[in-house]
Design a binder for this molecule. Structure first.
Ligand code: ADP
Ligand code: MG
Length: 363
C-alpha cells in the first residue's frame, strides 16, 4: 500500500461567500481553491475589499461559506463553530483584558479549558519568553507599547497550540519601523513553534518578506498563488504585476517572440505559446531590471527622455518617457560606483535596456 500523503493543514474547496441582501452576482469570495501545507507561513494578499477577511473568517468558523467546503487537517469542518476547530485567530485590534496582567491574559484560554495549574504556569512562562515579554509578565496591557501588546495577543493565541493560527492584518496598527521589526520577529516565532500561519495583509512588502507562499487576491478570487519569488518575478496577470511592487506596464501588440510597442519600437520578448499573433498586450518590466548604462548586447533597447530623478537614500528612481504618455520608472542602487555627479538629470535623452527574459508579456 502507498503511504498516504499528510493532509494539508487547510484546504479550501471551491469556497464562495455571498452576503445576504447583496445582489446575486455580488460575491465577497468566489471559487477559491487553496491548500495550505502544515507548518507553512501562508499569506492572503490583496487590496482592501478583495475578500481577505471574509476568507479568513470562513477558515476560522466565524462566517459560513455559501458555497464549497473548508477542510482542516483533512476533516470537513464546514458549518462547525469556531470553538470546535483547532484554530486561533489574532485580529488587528488586540482585544486584551486591561484588568489582567500579561501572564493572566495569556493564561485565559488555558484556564477556561481547565488545563492543570502547573502546566498553565509553565506554558505561559515559555510563551512569554518566546515573545520576549517574560520580564514584564506582571504588568497590565495599558502600560505596554503597541508592539508589546501585539506580542501578548500572539502569545495568547499560540499558547493554545492550535494547528493553525489565523492573523488578520495584525501589524497594521504599528508604525513602519516597528512593523518591520515585528515582521522579522513573527517569522522567527512561527519557525520556532512550527504552527501553520494564515496571514492576511494588504502590504505587499510584508507578504513577500514573511511568507513561504502568497495568494494574491483580487475581487474575491485568487489571481495567483506561489512563492514570493514566483509571484513577484513571474506575475501571471497585470493585476499581480502592478499590485506587487512597482511594475512598468507598456502597451503594445504581440508578435511571436517580439512586441511592437504603441510607442514605436519593436522589441524582443520571450515567446508566449498559445498567445495569438496580433494580441493586445502589456509588457511588464520591473524598475530594478531596467538598465540605464553599460547595456549588454542582446538587450531590448528603447530611447527615452529623463523626466524626473528621485533620490531616496539607497536608491535613485528615474522616470523615463518613452513616448508621450508612456513612462517607465527605473530603479538604480546608489552604490559607491554611482557617484552623485554621474546621475542623470531631467531632459536628457537616454537609452534604456533590459534582458528580454525580464520583459513579461501580460494579457
Ligand atoms: P478585505 O478584508 O480584503 O478588505 P472583506 O472580506 O472585509 O475584504 O470584504 C470583502 C467584500 O465583502 C467587500 O465588498 C465588503 O464590503 C463585503 N462584506 C464584508 N463583510 C460584509 C457583511 N457582513 N455584509 C455584507 N457585505 C460584506
Ligand atoms: Mg480585512
Amino acid at each position: 500500500m502507498q503511504p498516504s500523503l499528510p493532509h494539508p493543514a487547510v484546504r479550501l474547496d471551491r469556497v464562495g461567500k455571498r452576503y445576504p441582501g447583496t445582489s446575486a452576482d455580488a460575491y465577497a469570495v468566489r471559487g477559491v481553491e487553496l491548500d495550505v501545507a502544515a507548518g507553512e507561513f501562508f499569506s492572503l494578499l490583496g487590496p482592501s475589499g478583495c475578500g481577505k477577511t471574509t476568507l479568513l473568517r470562513m477558515i476560522g468558523g466565524f462566517t459560513d461559506p455559501t458555497e464549497g467546503c473548508v477542510l482542516l487537517g483533512g476533516e470537513d469542518v464546514t458549518g462547525l463553530p469556531p470553538e470546535k476547530r483547532d484554530v486561533n485567530t489574532v485580529f488587528q485590534s488586540y482585544a486584551l483584558f486591561d484588568h489582567l496582567s500579561l501572564a493572566d491574559n495569556v493564561a485565559f484560554g488555558l484556564r477556561r479549558k481547565r488545563v492543570p495549574r502547573p502546566e498553565i504556569r509553565r506554558r505561559v512562562a515559555d510563551m512569554l519568553d518566546l515573545v520576549q515579554l517574560g520580564a514584564v509578565a506582571d504588568r497590565r496591557p495599558a502600560t505596554l507599547s503597541g508592539g508589546q501588546r501585539q506580542r501578548v495577543a500572539l502569545a495568547r493565541a499560540l499558547v493554545n497550540r492550535p494547528q493553525v493560527l489565523l492573523l488578520d492584518e495584525p501589524l497594521a496598527a504599528l508604525d513602519l519601523k516597528l512593523r518591520r521589526r515585528m515582521q522579522v520577529e513573527l517569522k522567527q516565532i512561527q519557525r520556532e513553534v512550527g504552527i501553520t500561519f494564515v496571514f492576511v495583509t494588504h502590504d505587499q512588502d510584508e507578504a513577500l518578506t514573511m511568507s513561504d507562499r502568497v495568494a494574491v487576491m483580487n475581487e474575491g478570487r485568487v489571481e495567483q498563488c506561489g512563492t514570493p519569488e514566483d509571484v513577484y518575478e513571474h506575475p501571471a496577470s497585470s493585476f499581480t504585476a502592478s499590485f506587487l511592487g512597482t511594475s512598468n506596464l507598456v502597451p503594445g501588440t504581440y508578435r511571436p517572440g517580439r512586441i511592437v510597442l504603441d510607442a514605436g519600437p519593436e522589441l524582443p520578448v520571450c515567446a508566449r505559446p498559445g498567445l495569438a499573433d496580433g494580441s493586445r498586450v502589456s509588457l511588464s518590466i520591473r524598475p530594478e531590471k531596467i538598465w540605464l548604462s553599460d547595456l549588454e548586447p542582446g538587450m531590448a533597447r528603447v530611447e527615452g527622455v529623463v523626466r524626473e530623478t528621485v533620490y531616496s537614500g539607497p536608491t535613485t528612481t528615474y522616470l523615463i518617457e518613452l513616448a508621450p504618455g508612456v513612462t517607465v520608472s527605473v530603479l538604480e542602487q546608489n552604490t559607491d560606483r554611482s557617484r552623485m555627479e554621474d546621475r542623470w538629470c531631467g531632459g536628457e535623452r537616454v537609452e534604456v535596456g533590459w534582458r528580454p527574459e525580464h520583459g513579461l508579456v501580460l494579457d
